[in-house]
Ligand binder design. Structure first.
Ligand SMILES: [Zn+2]
Length: 737
């Protein structure tokens, strides 16, 4: 009997703990009790219980969330505040009973409690109310960041403030402001006025995706910058919302805008304009003393503007070509016994580190600053995966994890071709949600150096602020969940709270967020007669996720190639998807990989014969990728067919180390007898066309099995990214007519 009772009790406890609040990021503890606390049109507060800045923020939050008035009441306030001592950093609790009590450990945590309280409030016929409940909450990671690149495209002070507003509502505390790059210098430096007079403006900007051939440009002056007064204003604005700004001044690479204004600080001294193309450029700051002094002078003006402890000095993607042929750089290497240009970069960074440290600040840089030895005081932002960050943490440096796989919000967030242009890659809402800055099995002595995580928003393909919001939201909310919650709910629970409670809020704020996470997932399934598209979508009904599927069958074409379009949700642009199916003789045919594709880019052999050509710019999943230079595969048409053409499509993207092949050999295998027993060779062809993306190979005759041998370059030629390594080969699709 006793056992039974304890079982019953534990069930009850379980149901009360499993309650879900409308707060995002999800709080550590939420327990709802019977009844609600009615607020109606105004919430009364005793202003003397909190400082005036917090009182101002509370009034602002009330207005922004609910048009709620905050009114002073010294004697009998509805909302009371209690400061706690000796509790976990930034922890708070909210108790809603006969009145509302916020207990908090720091001003920031009081602000977090106020945002949570606003998110708890709902509306009934009398006005606002909140369910009676208890919330206990604290952050899991201390660095919860968003980055914004204002160099590739410029955003106004008002837009930056809105960006900070939205961050602060989701308990982010770090804004990484990427202020300088090849395409624009965005911060006023009084000692060097040409940085903004010339460096803030470019004459042209590349159109479309930069891999598009032929490249075209819009020839119009583009740019902008922030004065030091504007920077101070933004810094103070962010500080009031408990957001620290980390400014980034890129060095030694991504320096073309600065060098357009002051070419004397490059290795060659050659005058060049501010760059209008995206990518990595050879001209970087020279390592000579005059260039180092120039950057120190700039830091002298940057440091006093930003009260936070970190200054970001970039350090990524700095080609060593110029340093290699520069007599001044080579002399410095000799004098300092540096064995190569990587050590010269390390020497360069160490000088900046010492300078920044002497001014009472710390440097942080992209993980390339690890190459050639890292200066002792430096922190690392790990962007090329987790490994750089792990290595730095093992060496005792603080680390912020921003791996491309989970944290690059310039990637696509939906698989469909209807997504607005992005740089490439695919980082879904769910992928961001699963992010953990600490990889599994990492011991506490190393993981204690991991400060947290951050998403990066590079803006090559984000010309307008509304698109910044589209790329950032709702993925930023999933990231805040990943960084704030020590025990995240399931993705389904998160998604239902997001859609039910937060999408309407974002609508009210007119945030241009993406609904791609609600778009149907479309799978191609092989059938006996061709393929079938199976579209499965999730919707939220009564707080639960409901799944529905529809199928679209396609029968393999016997004669002519034709293209058909499937449109899913033609009525709603935000979740619409259009899929084009090019029907051909091999649609849904069996494919045998004699050479195995890389597991990173292998969505299954059906991808090659699903009637859908790989997207450009590529996302990844829609291409089959090989990290070898000879590929063999076979396609079995199921029976002998008369064919006249084989069309194979490849990807050419040198910056991603993907090269189209040079040669394709097609062999055919015919059954000797009608029952398929015994094989003989059929006609074969041999094509040669270096780096061609689309191959149309004319073929005369009958065949059943086609063997395709694809040969790429043995290694990436000198002067191209990743030179000397084996290039990737990406294929999709193989169309047989
Ligand atoms: Zn040089």
């Amino acid at each position: 009997m006793k056992n039974c009772l304890s079982f019953l009790l534990s069930c009850l406890v379980y149901t009360s703990q499993a309650q879900v609040s409308s707060i995002l990021p999800s709080p550590v503890t939420y327990v709802q009790s019977e009844g609600s606390f009615q607020i109606n049109q105004a919430l009364t507060v005793n202003p003397s219980e909190i400082n005036s800045s917090l009182f101002t923020q509370l009034k602002e939050l009330g207005t922004i969330y609910h048009q709620l008035r905050i009114e002073p009441n010294v004697q009998n306030a509805m909302l009371q505040f209690k400061k706690l001592e000796n509790v976990k950093q930034d922890s708070y609790s909210i108790n809603v009973a006969e009145r509302i009590t916020i207990s908090y450990s720091s001003d920031a945590s009081c602000y977090y409690a106020m945002t949570s309280l606003m998110q708890l409030m709902k509306r009934n016929e009398n006005g606002l109310y909140t369910p009676k409940c208890f919330v206990k909450d604290f952050p899991n990671f201390q660095w919860r960041g968003l980055h914004l690149d204002v160099a590739r495209h410029f955003f106004t002070v008002e837009e930056i403030k809105r960006f900070i507003d939205l961050m602060s509502y989701y308990k982010f505390n770090t804004f990484h402001w990427h202020l300088t790059d090849d395409q624009g210098w965005r911060i006023e430096i009084k000692k060097y006025p040409k940085l903004t007079e010339m460096g803030a403006w470019r004459d042209s900007t590349v159109d479309n995706h930069y891999t598009t051939v032929p490249r075209t440009y819009t020839k119009a002056r583009y740019g902008g910058f922030y004065t030091q007064e504007q920077i101070k204003d933004v810094v103070a604005y962010a500080e009031a919302k408990y957001v620290t700004i980390v400014p980034e001044i890129e060095m030694p690479g991504h320096a073309r805008a600065a060098l357009a204004a002051y070419p004397e600080y490059s290795c060659t001294g050659k005058a060049q304009g501010v760059e209008g193309l995206w990518g990595i450029f050879d001209d970087i700051f020279c390592s000579k003393p005059a260039s180092i002094q120039f950057l120190k002078d700039i830091l002298d003006e940057v440091i006093p503007l930003f009260p936070g402890q970190y200054i970001h000095i970039g350090g990524d993607e700095a080609p060593k070509t110029r340093w290699h042929s520069c007599p001044k750089c080579q002399d410095i290497m000799k004098e300092n016994h540096l064995k190569d240009e990587h050590e010269l970069q390390s020497y360069f960074i160490r000088q900046m580190d010492a300078y920044v440290t002497a001014k009472g600040k710390k440097i942080i840089g992209w993980d390339e600053i690890l190459e050639g030895g890292l200066s002792p005081n430096a922190a690392v932002m790990s962007w090329r995966g987790f490994d750089g960050g792990l290595e730095a943490a093992k060496q005792g440096h603080y680390v912020v994890m921003t791996p491309g796989s989970h944290c690059y919000f310039d990637h696509y967030q939906g698989k469909g071709k209807d997504e607005p242009l992005a740089i490439g890659g695919y980082t879904s809402l769910e992928k961001v949600f699963t992010f953990n800055p600490i990889p599994p099995d990492l011991g506490p002595e190393v993981s204690s150096y991991i400060l947290g995580g951050q998403a990066n928003i590079w803006t090559e393909y984000i010309p307008a602020f509304s698109k910044v919001e589209y790329m950032a939201y709702p993925r930023a909310i999933a990231l805040s969940e990943a960084l704030w919650c020590a025990n995240k709910p399931t993705y389904d629970v998160f998604l239902s709270v997001l859609v039910q409670d937060h999408f309407p809020q974002l609508d009210q704020w007119k945030v241009n967020y993406s609904k791609s996470a609600l778009k149907a997932s479309v799978k191609t399934i092989r059938t006996n007669t061709g393929i079938e598209l199976k579209s499965t979508e999730q919707s939220i009904e009564n707080g639960k996720i409901k799944e529905t599927s529809i199928s679209f069958p396609f029968t393999r074409s016997k004669k002519k190639t034709k293209t058909e379009t499937v449109t899913i949700h033609p009525e709603d642009e935000s979740i619409r998807q259009t899929i084009q199916i090019t029907n051909h003789l091999a649609l849904g045919a069996n494919v045998r990989f004699v050479t195995e594709p890389s597991p990173k880019y292998n969505g299954g052999d059906i991808v090659l014969v699903d009637g859908q050509f790989g997207a450009r710019p590529w996302k990844g999943h829609e291409w089959i990728g090989f990290d070898t230079n000879v590929i063999v595969l076979e396609i079995d048409l199921g029976k002998v067919m008369k064919i006249h053409e084989i069309k194979v499509s490849f990807l050419q993207d040198e910056n991603s180390w993907i090269h189209a092949p040079n040669q394709i050999v097609i062999e055919s295998i015919l059954p000797k007898r009608s029952d398929g027993i015994g094989m003989k060779e059929g006609p074969s062809i041999d094509g040669y066309a270096p780096n061609s993306e689309i191959w149309n190979l004319p073929y005369k005759g009958k065949t059943r099995t086609i063997r395709i041998t694809i040969s790429g370059e043995p290694e990436i030629p000198n002067g191209l990214p990743s030179e000397g390594n084996i290039p990737w080969i990406f294929i999709d699709e193989i169309q047989i007519n």
